[in-house]
Design a protein around this ligand. Structure first.
Ligand code: ATP
Length: 433
């Protein structure tokens, strides 16, 4: 029965002919080598979901290197990178298609949450090592039965029923990152954990399984989560699955937090529209919002344990944010406000706009600051100041900064007013040389 369904019509409908032909070519070459190959993982799942899969994964029952070499020799414009350490390869062709290939493998977990030991295996073994039944389907690329479905664990039915089901009872203990992967799939595809998988999740949590996972692996999964467009929805599931402690060391008002994170995402969208060239650390922004109301004792642990990039900036932002509305409101001159924003990271600035949505003045001032960061042209540069008789050195930097402040405060507008201002400040002598 597993072989009875053929997905060729579905492939044609969803992919068009080019991508399909590419896979057929690879299947033909693999057949010549006597190496069975299969399309696996997310791409097969996405066919049933009618979503275009950006990445194609191919499982090879045999030697990956010989296969990619043969593909390069036979398909014009094709090239590959072979990663000897993992026995995997990436194929690229001139039309821009790319494909990841890996040899079918058996995995053995020597200890809970440890990295697996692997050895070559067949497609059945390769499918059962996977995370969920919906990701454990394969399509044969063999020309004799091209696009026939291999679905030994009932992934298609689980997909129809909206159930995320692990492949065996130790799955979450072997690899707890699967729990957070599951949460992402459940969020993205609006699925639920199958009852027995839910039980396995509870057992894994009772075993405190995340404590065994390396901080680096946990952090990577946390980042994927924080970067989800559907992060606000994921938060409900995190709470339902009793996993909120992973993102935040103290309980929270879920509804209020969802609204806050949603506003953070709106700020990101706004930024991308206004300043398409600027990139922002989404995960940092979301962490700031998740932690903004916590005490230092609460967040010390995750701060110490996770390899957060630019941790010092994050800490600085968290210190500045609570008092920001008051300081902005009290600042008299535009340059004072700019200098307050200057102490925040970009993530911190967007966080402030999300945290204080009703503070008009704060929002306007943040937007003005970002605009000026981009467009304000200095009236004098260092060289020009030296030409005016000022000597190079650290004090020159200070003078440039004061000029910028004066410009922000509209005390100066052009070279002439700036020069007068420099004289008035006693920086330049009264009688220019
Ligand atoms: P998407 O790319 O849309 O998020 P995907 O399923 O392609 O989904 P990948 O992370 O690219 O996600 O993984 C590819 C496949 O590898 C998965 O479909 C799954 O079968 C398998 N896989 C990935 N990570 C694990 C894991 N931790 N444990 C078991 N199998 C995994």
């Amino acid at each position: 029965e597993a072989h009875s369904i053929n997905l060729l019509p579905l492939l044609k409908k969803q992919w068009g002919t080019d991508r399909l032909q590419y896979l057929q070519q690879i299947g033909n070459i693999a057949q010549q080598l006597g190496t069975p190959v299969y399309l696996v993982g997310g791409a097969v799942r996405d066919l049933f979901l009618e979503r275009y899969a950006p990445d194609l994964d191919v499982a090879v029952e045999g030697d990956v290197r010989s296969l990619v070499e043969a593909c390069k020799a036979q398909i014009p414009g094709t090239d590959y990178q072979y990663h000897a350490r993992f026995g995997t390869a990436t194929l690229q062709d001139s039309r821009g298609f790319s494909l990841d290939l890996a040899q079918c493998r058996v995995e053995h977990y020597p200890a809970p949450a440890a990295l697996p030991e692997v050895r070559p295996g067949n497609i059945g073994e390769d499918l059962i090592r996977r995370d969920f039944t919906i990701n454990a389907m394969a399509l044969s690329l063999d020309p004799e039965n091209f696009a026939s479905l291999l679905d030994p664990y009932g992934g298609r039915i689980d997909l129809q029923r909206g159930q995320l089901r692990t492949l065996h009872s130790r799955s979450f203990l072997d690899d707890p990152t699967r729990i957070l992967r599951g949460l992402r799939f459940a969020t993205r595809f609006q699925m639920n954990l199958a009852p027995e998988s839910r039980q396995q999740l509870q057992e894994a949590l009772r075993d405190d399984i995340f404590a065994r996972l390396s901080a680096a692996r946990l952090w990577r999964e946390i980042c994927y989560l924080l970067e989800l467009v559907a992060l606000p929805q994921a938060l409900s599931l995190l709470s339902e699955w009793h996993l909120w402690f992973l993102l935040r060391p103290a309980p929270m008002d879920i509804l209020a937090m969802q609204a806050l994170l949603g506003r953070g995402q709106e700020q990101i969208q706004w930024l991308q529209q206004q300043f398409p060239e600027v990139s922002i650390a989404v995960s940092t922004l979301m962490l700031i919002l998740l932690w903004q109301d916590l005490s230092w004792t609460d967040i010390q642990r995750p701060l110490d344990q996770w390899p957060i990039p630019d941790r010092n900036r994050l800490e600085a932002d968290l210190r500045i944010l609570p008092d920001l509305p008051r300081r902005i409101a009290q600042a008299i001159r535009p340059s004072q406000r700019a200098n307050i924003w200057q102490a925040c990271s970009l993530a911190g600035i967007l966080a402030a706009m999300a945290m204080y949505p009703d503070d008009r003045a704060l929002k306007d001032s943040a937007r003005l600051y970002l605009q000026e960061q981009k467009s304000l042209q200095p009236i004098f540069n260092g060289q020009e100041l030296q030409a005016l008789g000022l000597s190079a050195g650290p004090s020159l930097g200070n003078i440039l900064k004061r000029l910028r402040d004066a410009q922000l405060d509209r005390d100066i507008a052009d070279k002439e007013t700036a020069q007068q201002w420099l004289i008035k400040q006693g920086i330049l002598p009264t009688n220019p040389r």
